[in-house]
Design a protein around this ligand. Structure first.
Ligand SMILES: *Cc1c(COP(=O)(O)O)cnc(C)c1O
Length: 390
């Protein structure tokens, strides 16, 4: 059941090999190459306490989940991975594993809305307070640290929907100087494009609902760590709090993970062509993509990411109404929240994903559109945008 042993043969292999093989050896009895969906809550013991492979009860461990957790650890180059019922369940478990009442966290001033709500409306009531700061500004993140009380410096990079970039190596140094841990929400980049643990982060968070699952058919979350003491705390809380991924969800997520590399390359290919198309378009005022040399975080992104990802944000020339019209007219780009699936999505952050931050410092421009560029035929995506913008 120990995941690092499962990954013995794949520890030094390339990304795709790890994504496909780590975490599971073909089943002893049948030779099945894919981890079965172990739809079982409990396990027969060979005499009291005589557990087979450590399996006792499926909240504590389930082989379908163990396989996914081993693979997640391998693709992030961590020691242990943990799979949860959702990204927010992973975050909640992490917060309660590593902080307590009276502690403090630094969080992105443009954090994913659900993450902000978890800190602001749930963790705060429990006694953990937080200070938002810009992830692109290392000094501001450092200044937000409360010496002795800050336990977590929490960043996303790229952020949503403005695709701001944080320098993971520099932020790790700042957090560690203050005796805090660096947590990186790696959902937008995916482990294929960026591996924060290698750059000094202590914990990686994922909403596996997005690129890791990749097919918009399952909600899930993950944590990956290098340090075994941190891993033990998370393992204890994962079992104590119980927000685990069920075997069916773990199976789907693991199935998605195996093709992450090829999907991400196509997401990036298509996003680059969309950026090129939008950059020259008369109805587009500004294109926001970390791959553009004009993007403030471009150099850091180029250093810490393999490519620049599948999310593209842009502002239109005609104000909010024009942005809403474009969203309404798009056909191949489906109007919807979420991101990271094979299908292209379009959304208006101001009225949709970021409606709750209207009127605050986190408000996003009203003429902003966010695209999750999928892996459809690129000519169809460009024709759709051309029609929608006309
Ligand atoms: C979606 C998302 C989450 C939350 O994950 P759920 O699976 O929806 O609970 C956290 N962080 C980021 C960056 C996300 O996009």
């Amino acid at each position: 059941m120990t995941q690092s042993t499962n990954n013995e043969h794949t520890d030094k292999a390339g990304f795709e090999t790890r994504a496909i093989h780590a975490g599971f050896e073909p089943d002893e009895m049948t030779g099945a190459v894919i981890p079965p969906i172990y739809a079982t809550s409990t396990y027969k013991q060979d005499g009291v306490g005589g557990m087979r492979g450590g399996y006792e009860y499926s909240r504590s461990a389930n082989p379908t989940r163990t396989a996914l957790e081993g693979a997640l650890a391998a693709v992030e180059q961590g020691e242990r991975g943990f799979a949860f019922a959702s990204g927010l369940a992973a975050e909640d478990t992490l917060i309660r594993s590593l902080t307590g009442p009276g502690d403090h966290a630094v969080i992105p001033d443009d954090a994913y809305g659900g993450t902000f709500r978890l800190f602001d409306k749930v963790a705060k009531v429990w006694g953990l307070d937080h200070t938002p700061a810009a992830v692109s500004d290392v000094e501001a993140m450092q200044a937000a640290i409360v010496p002795g009380r800050t336990k977590l410096v929490w960043v996303e990079t790229p952020t949503n929907p403005m695709l701001t970039i944080g320098d993971i190596e520099a932020l790790a140094a700042v957090a560690h100087d203050a005796g805090a841990l660096l947590v990186v929400d790696n959902t937008f980049a995916s482990p294929y494009l960026q591996q924060p643990l290698v750059l000094g982060a202590d914990v990686v968070v994922h909403s596996t609902t997005k690129y890791v699952g990749g097919h918009s058919d399952v909600v899930g979350g993950a944590l990956v760590v290098r340090d075994l003491e941190i891993a033990d705390k998370i393992a204890f809380h994962q079992n104590s709090m119980g927000a685990v991924a069920g075997p069916f969800d773990a199976f789907l997520t693991h199935r998605g993970l195996k093709t992450l590399g090829v999907r991400m390359d196509r997401h990036c290919d298509n996003a680059e062509k969309v950026v090129e198309f939008l950059t020259g378009h008369a109805k587009v005022a500004e294109v926001i993509y970390p791959g553009l040399a004009s993007h403030a975080g471009h150099e850091i992104a180029a250093r810490q990411m393999k490519r620049f990802g599948g999310i593209v944000s842009f502002r239109v020339t005609g104000g909010e109404q024009h942005a809403l019209d474009v969203c309404a007219r798009a056909e191949v780009f489906t109007l919807g929240e979420s991101l990271g699936g094979v299908e292209s999505l379009i959304e208006h952050p101001g009225r949709m994903t970021h409606a709750s931050v209207a009127g605050t410092d986190l408000e996003v421009p009203a003429d902003l559109i966010r695209l999750s560029v999928g892996i459809e035929t690129i000519e169809d995506l460009l024709a759709d945008l051309d029609r929608a913008l006309a």
